[in-house]
Ligand binder design. Structure first.
Ligand code: IZC
Ligand code: ZN
Length: 432
């Protein structure tokens, strides 16, 4: 039977309405479509109504069936949070590198010495598909407890044809069995594996001639990403890989200007990428190029904090009209966290984004970054029934009461998956 859920008497509903067709830029990032003392009605896995409690009562008279009521008084209701950039599937961990970095050794130098991404690659190659699924599942559980209902997940710790496929198959399995929706990105161009040290162009050829065609044939990814960085992949190599991906139907994403200003933001615009990520070092010209494009700037302030670097210039980007999304960058090296709420806190504290802007960046703009804004990212009729109820009287409190998990209830595809801050029994993928 179809489940009907009436979330009623919410102190505030952050709807994010009106941005399904184009991301919010500039001042529009502050318009969050607030409804006070409101209701949301969910029928099955879709949103059927959003508005005042009174109008909800009238709407429900026209609906047949039992209605489950969730009292949201004293709470803020938001769309399910969207994390548009994660390295979800991996084995091993890198806490010893964290200690080295605290002593002043740089992330990129650890990679150059065969650690970093290459360390996670060794562990991931050794792991079985089942082990990757089990560890990814536990990470998704933590995402869900922090209000995230959709994540993007990148490969890039296999770096051989077989191991990249294994990682992407783990993502596909997680999409099938976990309540969270997992959107898959192929990122064979994450590092130059040891087998190709000194001969990166040969590895670029493997990516282009073997990996991309196979990933496309097996329909294992929707996007193709490249770590465009000094000492990793050059702008020329990145362009070749992203164009090859596009020829096989994979939309482009780029890790751009994270450590050194390479012109990655400009390349993102040139190849019409869905998103450009990091952007810590992006030039004024790069910001201008992004502002005049369809490309979303996905900022990762937890990564900047964890690498002890200055964050991206979010205020300048918003002033220039760049559409910003936020993400955890969940990965074992530069951001081992699954907390989008904490990322939003850091975005306020380190980049001076406002409480309204960070909500936009973690919902509708994040949905645009993974090409899902027609389905998720706002509380509008017809969209997926993905909601979060936070213990907070108003949306500002989500950032003010920082570094604690205020998530009370998470609804995914119309099913309650977290209640009172904990998982409820028999949690599995909602059938729809
Ligand atoms: O494992 O270090 N920046 N890729 C690019 C990462 C960080 C993930 C990692
Ligand atoms: Zn990343």
């Amino acid at each position: 039977m179809t489940i009907i859920t009436h979330v009623k008497s919410a102190a505030q509903i952050v709807t994010m309405k009106g941005a399904s067709y184009a991301p919010k830029k500039g001042k529009a990032m502050s318009e969050i479509g607030l409804i006070e003392n409101g209701s949301v009605v969910l029928i099955g896995d879709r949103i059927a109504f959003v508005g005042s409690d009174d109008d909800a009562a009238a709407f429900l008279e026209s609906v047949e069936g039992d209605v489950r009521i969730i009292d949201a008084s004293g709470k803020v209701v938001t769309p399910g949070l969207v994390d548009p950039h994660t390295h979800l599937v991996y084995a091993g961990s890198r806490e010893k590198e964290f200690e080295m970095r605290l002593q002043g050794i740089k992330y990129i130098d650890i990679l150059k010495q065969g650690g970093g991404i290459l360390s996670s690659t060794r562990s991931t190659r050794e792991a079985t598909l089942e082990q990757l699924v089990e560890q990814g599942y536990a990470r998704l559980d933590r995402f869900l407890q922090h209000g995230v209902t959709t994540v993007e997940a990148k490969s890039g710790y296999g770096l051989t044809v077989q191991d990249e496929i294994k990682q992407l198959e783990a993502s596909r399995k997680l999409q099938e069995i976990h309540p969270i929706d997992v959107v898959s990105t192929f990122m064979g161009a994450h590092a130059i594996p040891v087998e190709y040290k000194g001969n990166p162009d040969a590895f670029v050829n493997v990516i282009i001639e073997q990996m991309i065609p196979l990933v496309a044939e097996k329909k294992l990814a929707e996007f193709c990403d490249v770590f465009c960085e000094e000492g990793v992949f050059t702008v020329e190599q990145s362009r070749k890989i992203l164009e090859a991906g596009k020829a096989f139907g994979l939309k482009a994403k780029i890790h751009a200007d994270e450590i050194v200003q390479t012109g990655g933001a400009e390349l993102a615009v040139e190849v019409d990428a869905a998103s450009a990520e990091h952007l810590l070092q992006t030039s004024d010209a790069g910001i201008q190029a992004l502002a005049n494009s369809h490309t979303i700037a996905v900022l990762l302030p937890a990564t900047a904090l964890f690498l002890m670097e200055k964050p991206a210039r979010a205020r300048r980007m918003i002033e220039e009209g760049v559409a910003i999304a936020l993400s955890t960058d969940c990965n074992p090296g530069s951001s081992p966290t699954q907390s989008m709420p904490f990322v939003m806190n850091i975005a306020c504290l380190s980049m001076l984004m406002t409480p309204a802007e960070v909500l936009t960046a973690a919902t509708i703009n994040a949905a645009h970054a993974i090409d899902r804004a027609d389905q998720i990212g706002s509380i509008e009729v017809g969209k997926k029934a993905d909601l979060v109820l936070f213990h907070a009287p108003n949306y500002q409190t989500l950032q003010y009461h920082f570094a604690v998990n205020l998530v009370d209830t998470v609804i995914k595809n119309g099913k309650i998956v977290v209640e009172g801050g904990v998982f409820i029994a028999n949690r599995k993928k909602a059938s729809n």
